[in-house]
Design a protein around this ligand. Sequence first.
Ligand code: BES
Ligand code: ZN
Length: 650
Amino acid sequence: MKSIYLYFQLLITVFILNACDSETKKSVSPTEVFADSVFDNHSYSNINKIRTKHLHIDLDVNFENKTVYGIARHEMINNGTDTAIFDIKALDIQKITLGKKGQEKETDFIIGQWDKDSILGQPLMVKIDPKTTLINIYYKTTEKTEAIDWLSPELTSGKKHPFMYTQGEAILTRSWIPLQDSPANRITYSASVTVPEGLLPVMSAENPIKTDKKGIYEFKMEQPIPSYLIAIAVGNLTYKKLGENCGIYSEPELIGQCSSEFIDLPKMINAAENLYGKYQWGQYDLLMLPYSFPFGGMENPRLTFVNPTVLAGDRSLVSLIAHELAHSWSGNLVTNRSWDDFWLNEGFTVYFENRIMESLYGKEISDILAQVELQELHNEIQYISESDHPEDTKLKLKLSGRNPDDGMTSIAYTKGAFFLKTLEKEIGREKFDKFLRSYFKTYAFKTVNTELFVDYLKVNLLEPNDSDFNAEEWIYKEGLPKNCYTIHSTRIDNVQQLAKRFENGENIFEEVKWLKINGRKKRKKQIIRLDRSKYITQEWQFFIRELPEKIDVKLLKRLDANLNFKDWGNSEIIFEWYLLGIKSGYVELRPSIEKFLLKIGRRKYIAPIYQELSKSPENLKWAREVFEKGKNNYHSISRNTVQEMLYKKK
Ligand code: BES
Ligand code: ZN
């Protein structure tokens, strides 16, 4: 008993010492892996002393118990430590052994306390000896496992088979696999997965395309990736090839719609390679998930996860695919070293996404897309500047003690992208592209933090071009610098005017034109009706956002009568429409909003709607009722966000 107590004391000391390491402190180790000592505020793991290089996971996916039974076999590089610390969150750890399969010896371990606001989870401290390299953790997931969404058949398109999937980014992988959950470490992985007969498992790895009779599948990811990119989904899935090295997995009911919506995928891959170098992951597939998926897309390597709200029917939302594809370079190949450097993942990706869109559909279109994002950025900067954390408008964040998800704002995405756009204009596209190509090449399969990027930028772009570009202001200061690149889009100007005219009570739905007959004086009156197809989705999005927040409901009804936004199957339009409707008291939208909230779990849509509803007592009451009906259909990421919004103590 006493020895265990002493050991516990020792572990705590090890943990505290580890936590005091400073970010820049160099390790004294001669070993190359430990050369750059890193510190991650969002991981308990002691990766400066011992690091996983390869992880093999044995997984048994049990739909009846909604439990994954697993063994995480870590092959590690040990720099002579006698304690290995892993991250876990709400996992049931059954036993831990050391050594090769078949010759394993059990060892002691201690699970630390929950962190105070249960963001990080718990440290799992394992007793090893300084030569230990193989650690096997036997575990099972629990009801509280946040990464996994277990769906009953009714929540799928086919309604016959259950479905499950995981979401790892930012720090949820630790809730379904015990590991060192920091983006600062890269690992290869393999998996042996057992699933019920007839269902197909797919992972961010080399994937099967057909079901196996016994339900046993092998996976491998041979390129080193950060832990947040390990993902699995299991369901009634079928595969359709879309090009040489790409295709789509989805339930059979959606495969036709998916393959027509994403027909341009091979062209996108081609455009991306022409811009920033060869695609490094072999295969690029998409996986269409059920509606509860909390994001629009997630860039799991070799297998981007996609939300069905992207299926607009007219390919108008495919920039999301360009975005997730771009992550195969920015994010997956060159990875943010900590969540404070999140803009290195997302800002570069949004910039890259826009370049892919420009290559495929032309500058007029890519400018409209960027303009819509910029409009949102202005609103968000205003909002954050007035919040408790005005410093969140800096690109380099300080998220210590907070949930890394707090960094998921349009600062990282759009301010990051406009930083690069502005830089491109300053230096010239040709030189800038060359710089980005060399950046991706230099740091391929490595992790980068903001400071390292700034050094690289100075040495390789700013100094050789004698530029005094204000990179530091962009990165380390609040707000949007004055030199931010401005886009001039005539088409956006036009919808802006259309919105103004409408707001002023003009009839925008009918345009009267006088046609000359035979070029003579006599003229004929022609009435042209405004049709939705006159503008693209993003122009309409801009139009709706340009209308005043508290617009006369009569006007909104007139818009619905003429253009029927309310029943437009396009998720982006309908989302903007609902928000404006709620702000303006258009209560007749309620049934339609309710249907939307019960079907869709994408946080980007449902959180702002619930947030807007929570601003008035009657709406809040109604929102709570809807949420209580729908909450079990949401992934924990969306559920937790909304729960907090609707029930926070003031
Ligand atoms: N990697 C993100 C999703 C993410 C970020 C998940 C942080 C968890 C934590 C993904 O690439 C993304 O940005 N998705 C966006 C779409 C994109 C077009 C802006 C989304 O889901 O809306
Ligand atoms: Zn992204």
